[in-house]
Ligand binder design. Structure first.
Ligand code: NAD
Ligand code: LMR
Length: 336
């Protein structure tokens, strides 16, 4: 995969959906230096639809009022060409969230149309080493649309399963009564949907001791009946309890994803990232799928050499099949 460019100061960062819930948590953490580094000045470009640019101006005013030492310029616009000009990184958040009882894939008809034009605008205006993170749902397929429409290089467009990854770590930490920081090698495979496969098989503690058996094993009832469905349906659980979809935890996962992409993953560990398959683990080439990944020299690499059991294979295949179906819908709707 192509290595995106190293980060130099200042960086230009585009956030779409800037007046929305996730952006309201995300922008302040970027401006505080939590993503690109405590010595890196950040110029923020905020993209919104025309009806929401005034609200985005309000967010820009609050960013200024916070007097972040690392915050450079803040530009609010409804023009994608302006928003992506010179972008070193782009968070594609702007999209409709689902309501109670809906599946994320049902958003494709409404949201899919946003990502083709944005992919083209990124290709035409962004820095050639731009790092793109798609958050708007259905995230895997929206990322595939942006990448295809813009003809963007395979190493530059990703989508977010880091929230699922973090949810999985948190569920295990609560179960074992250990801190999240002592858990390593969690994997979320597949689609950011209910078919996703949060996988404890390779999970280890700080000493490298495998933890799956402490959790009853990969085929144990806690894993199959509680953990996997809990993590896979956590987004819907949040919508049901909170009344709207996850926002601060989604922003936090986006911070984690971009931070690790730029600065690297800890030695011996990995995180979950949606990127175009290179054929690893039998996932068809080009399909935007979540894999265990390491960030090395500023580029994501899929962790190689994991042995998948028949049960793991079946779970991954089910999610891959759903991704292929979503891509067929994209073509039927003429979104690329
Ligand atoms: P929100 O409704 O609060 O904000 C979305 C914003 O996007 C709105 O201000 C809207 O005006 C703007 N927008 C819509 N179309 C746009 C366009 N073409 N260009 C620029 N801006 C545009 O929603 P939210 O809670 O911030 O969620 C945003 C998206 O993120 C949703 O699709 C949600 O499902 C998704 N999400 C994904 C994850 C994940 O883990 N991948 C987690 C949480 C939420
Ligand atoms: C999540 O996982 O919280 C988001 O994808 C929002 C949703 O619709 O579940």
């Amino acid at each position: 995969m192509q290595s995106p460019a190293p980060v130099t100061s200042p960086v230009t960062v585009t956030v779409t959906g800037a007046a929305g819930q996730i952006a309201y948590a995300l922008l302040f953490r970027i401006a505080a230096g939590e993503v690109f580094g405590r010595d890196t000045v950040v110029n923020l470009n905020l993209l919104e639809i025309p009806a929401a640019t005034t609200a985005a101006e309000g967010v820009a005013m609050e960013l200024q009022d916070a007097a972040f030492p690392l915050l450079g310029t803040v530009t609010v616009t409804d023009d994608a060409a302006v928003a992506f000009t010179g972008a070193d990184a782009a968070f594609l958040v702007g999209a409709k969230p689902r309501g109670k009882g809906a599946e994320r894939s049902e958003l494709l008809a409404d949201n899919g149309g946003v990502f083709g034009p944005q992919g083209k605008a990124i290709a035409a205006n962004a820095h050639s080493g731009v790092r793109v993170l798609v958050v708007g749902n259905p995230a895997n397929t929206n990322a595939a649309i942006a990448a295809a429409a813009g003809g963007l290089p395979a190493g530059s467009v990703t989508a977010m399963t880091r929230l699922d990854h973090n949810r999985a770590l948190s569920q295990v930490a609560q179960r074992l009564g250990t801190p999240v920081a002592g858990l390593h090698r969690m994997t979320v495979w597949g689609n950011h949907s209910t078919t996703q496969f949060p996988d404890i098989t390779e999970l280890v503690d700080d000493t490298g001791r495998p933890l799956a058996e402490d959790l009853g094993g990969p085929e144990g009832t806690w894993n199959t009946d509680e953990f996997i469905p809990r993590v896979a349906k956590r987004g819907a659980e949040i919508i049901s309890v909170r009344g709207s979809s996850s926002a601060a935890s989604a922003a936090s996962a986006a911070v984690d994803h971009m931070h690790d992409w730029v600065h690297g993953t800890p030695e011996g560990d990995w995180v979950s990232v949606v990127l175009p398959s290179d054929g690893s683990y039998g996932v068809p080439e080009g399909l935007m799928c979540s894999f265990p990944c390491r960030s090395v020299d500023g580029a994501w690499q899929i962790v190689q050499g994991l042995e998948l059991s028949e049960v793991q294979r079946t779970r991954l295949d089910a999610s891959v099949e759903e991704l292929a179906d979503e891509w067929s819908t994209v073509q039927e709707l003429g979104l690329v």
